[in-house]
Design a protein around this ligand. Structure first.
Ligand code: BTN
Length: 327
């Protein structure tokens, strides 16, 4: 787990201005040698940050890079009374794995513990998949949350986080074509934009510590590593997005949705679901344990379980699984 060196941040800030800087000019501004500047530039390039190098003009970045910043996120939070603890890493294996190591006891002032990273070296998706997590591009966000009810009441939480993401995107003005594919993929016209990973860290009777992991593709414009259709907010909107603003909105909607879920359960979100349901009335394949079943998706019930009508007209609800829309 590493934090970003101050000099590197300063170089990024200068190159963000959009024009060329020679190594000498950067060195003078930072009071370091040209070869030290070169090492920082190389470091950025190994992170995958695109830097144009011109013998005469020096260095420039074709795309801005606004780094995550805890103070900016807190300033962007409209609700200043929201108690949040934010840790940001430059590089970490996985933000969710990091929070699992934290021994945080529940307290009454409802502090949300958040961890974000510029890059994950072992980002994890559902069902043992990898979550592609390049430097400075996207949001890799985990939140530790104490749930004071029986673990069986947690059903529906991943759908609720999906709805919190939808509320965030709507506030950003991005709603056309956005759907949730049960249980927790956020899609834009069938291309994956975000995913949610819910893990239970510890459980005692009537109390669980839950780690909510969210990966949202923000400024990623290429990724040969991803073997499914995907998109990002920059691809959808056509312009660079400030992740600090998005994280603040996400925290706000997440806190609201978690409060509502705790007080009123998933049934209080049920009316919001059909509008965003990517599967509704579609023929789907559902991988469920070792079996794959096929049927027509008919929405979700009060616990967030998927309702499927099979060929023989039997209606079965499923509490877990992976869904694919039949082509
Ligand atoms: C999925 O769609 O399969 C879920 C993806 C969840 C990815 C996020 S990124 C932040 C957090 N840390 C991880 O290692 N995974 C989650």
């Amino acid at each position: 787990m590493k934090k970003l060196p101050a000099n590197l941040k300063q170089i990024i800030r200068l190159l963000n201005m959009g024009h060329f800087y020679t190594g000498t000019a950067l060195g003078e501004k930072l009071k370091i040698t040209r070869s030290a500047v070169w090492k920082y530039i190389k470091q950025l390039q190994t992170y995958g940050v695109e830097i144009i190098t011109d013998k005469a003009l020096g260095y420039s970045m074709p795309q801005p890079l606004i780094l995550l910043d805890a103070n900016t996120i807190k300033k962007n939070l409209e609700q200043n009374d929201l108690a949040v603890n934010i840790e940001i890493f430059n590089e970490i294996p996985s933000t969710s794995d990091y929070l699992k190591t934290k021994k945080i006891t529940p307290n009454n002032n409802k502090k949300l513990y958040l961890c974000l990273a510029e890059q994950q070296t072992n980002g994890r998706g559902r069902l043992g998949r990898t979550w592609h997590s390049p430097f400075g591009s996207n949001i890799y966000f985990s939140c530790l949350w104490h749930f004071h009810k029986d673990i069986s009441d947690l059903a529906g939480l991943s759908l609720v986080i999906g709805l919190a993401l939808i509320r965030t995107l709507v506030e950003l003005g991005i709603s056309e074509g956005i759907k949730i594919k049960w249980p927790n993929d956020i899609l834009w016209h069938q291309q994956k934009l975000a995913g949610v990973l819910i893990e239970i860290n510890a459980e005692t009777h009537g109390h669980s510590q839950v780690i909510i992991g969210v990966g949202l593709n923000v400024n990623m414009i290429s990724a040969d590593e991803i073997n499914q259709p995907w998109t990002s907010l920059q691809q959808i909107t056509g312009h660079y997005q400030d992740r600090n603003q998005i994280v603040a909105l996400l925290i706000k909607h997440l806190a609201d949705c978690l409060d509502q879920f705790m007080d009123l359960g998933f049934k209080s979100f049920l009316h919001e679901w059909p509008e965003h349901d990517a599967l509704l009335h579609k023929t789907i394949h559902l991988e469920h344990g070792r079996n794959t079943v096929t049927g027509i998706a008919c929405g979700v019930n009060e616990r967030g379980n998927l309702i499927v009508r099979h060929d023989n007209d039997h209606v079965i609800t499923y509490s877990s699984g992976d869904t694919v829309i039949k082509k």
